[in-house]
Design a binder for this molecule. Structure first.
Ligand SMILES: NC(=O)c1ccc[n+]([C@@H]2O[C@H](COP(=O)([O-])OP(=O)(O)OC[C@H]3O[C@@H](n4cnc5c(N)ncnc54)[C@H](OP(=O)(O)O)[C@@H]3O)[C@@H](O)[C@H]2O)c1
Length: 331
């Protein structure tokens, strides 16, 4: 079969012939019909996440997919051959950029009936991130005012809709290229980040979900009520990230404690909580996202779909950092 393979860090990946995986106990073999691209794909290629996820190279890359169950391993109970499914695959394994992928059934969901494979492939990673950030970490409830930075990207387009589904009103940042889109998804207040600092406009928010990092993350502390919380997916990892999300031991957790001490101090000074979230794959959460899509409460946004043979072009596009919604490759 064909796979897009990472052979060495900081080198272009290569489309190659690779062995077909066989499903192990509890795994389903999925014939991949489409795969979503995410910033983590080029960060992995560049070795930027090497300390967290170590791969035995060469490895087939790719972190999310949609497709059809082709075979099931021993003990699989939730899926049968022919099911249309989608998944954020195991961080430690990857393998979505290939003709077939073997995935633990606990990480797989039944695809929403109302989506085609290309639309569904872009939902798992960004959708789970948005859901777990807003529902689990920020505990957003009806009436909350939520700030989401970077609303026009893969995570942002889903986060806006999920915050609205949770009953919140949403303020976000976008360039003029993304303004119409984020308003159509339910953002009430849109700040053009190229012209204005959001911290000069927003006050007393209940939650901040930071998708941009850097100065945006620090500024988000200033717009929150005292006692509120900022959750980032693009800032500096902190001890809970190390312990809970990554399961690191005391030594590495202490290192993460040290590198995050300045940002945690800034959050404390502003009287707000701080958390860096790393999403976790979950078939159960995917089932919820599928129900929301089929119920009309969540709509994936796809910027562009490329043929699998042109995956290098898809990477070049997403790396420019201007995608509106998701970038997909179709097999
Ligand atoms: N920790 C985790 O588990 C996790 C999970 C998923 C993603 N992430 C991280 O979260 C970040 C966002 O991911 P993504 O998939 O949403 O990225 P993305 O789709 O590549 O984001 C691109 C979008 O961001 C907008 N943008 C760029 N700079 C901006 C700024 N300063 N302010 C507001 N908007 C800005 C761009 O709009 P314009 O072109 O119009 O400017 C574009 O629409 C990435 O760093 C990714 O690695 C982390």
């Amino acid at each position: 079969m064909q796979g897009y393979v990472l052979t060495r860090y900081r080198r272009p990946m290569q489309l190659r012939e690779v062995p077909e995986p066989t499903p192990g106990d509890g795994e389903v073999l999925i014939r991949v019909r489409a795969a979503g691209l995410n910033p983590v794909d080029y960060k992995t290629r560049d070795g930027a996440v090497r300390l967290i996820w170590r791969y035995d190279l060469p490895v087939v890359a790719g972190n999310e997919l949609s497709g059809v169950v082709e075979a099931v391993g021993n003990g699989v109970t939730r899926f049968a051959v022919g099911d249309r499914v989608f998944a954020r695959v195991d961080h430690h394994k990857m393998g979505a950029f290939a003709t077939y992928a073997a995935v633990d059934e606990a990480l797989v969901g039944k695809m929403p009936d109302s989506l085609d494979f290309a639309e569904a492939a872009g939902l798992p990673l960004a959708g789970l991130t948005a859901l777990q950030g807003l529902r689990d970490e920020l505990a957003v409830t009806a009436g909350d005012r939520v700030f989401i930075s970077g609303g026009a990207g893969g995570v942002g387009t889903l986060a806006i809709q999920l915050a609205v589904w949770l009953g919140a009103t949403v303020a976000t940042t976008a360039s003029p290229r993304g303004e119409k889109l984020v308003r159509s998804l339910g953002a009430e207040t849109v700040i053009d980040y190229q012209k204005q600092k959001f911290k000069d406009v927003l006050r007393d928010y209940d939650s901040a979900f930071d998708l941009v990092g850097g100065q945006d993350l620090k500024d988000s502390f200033d717009i929150l009520k005292r006692g509120a919380k900022a959750v980032t997916i693009a800032g500096v990892p902190e001890p809970t990230t190390a312990r809970v999300d990554l399961g690191l031991g005391p030594l590495l957790t202490a290192a993460v404690w040290a590198i995050s001490s300045q940002i945690r101090h800034q959050a404390r000074r502003s009287g707000v909580g701080y958390r860096y979230l790393i999403m976790h794959p979950s078939g159960t959460d995917l089932d919820l996202l599928a129900r929301l899509v089929d119920g009309g409460q969540l709509k994936p946004v796809t910027d562009r779909a490329f043929p699998f043979q042109q995956i290098a072009d898809a990477f070049a596009f997403i790396e420019q950092g201007h995608a509106k919604g998701k970038v997909i490759v179709q097999l």
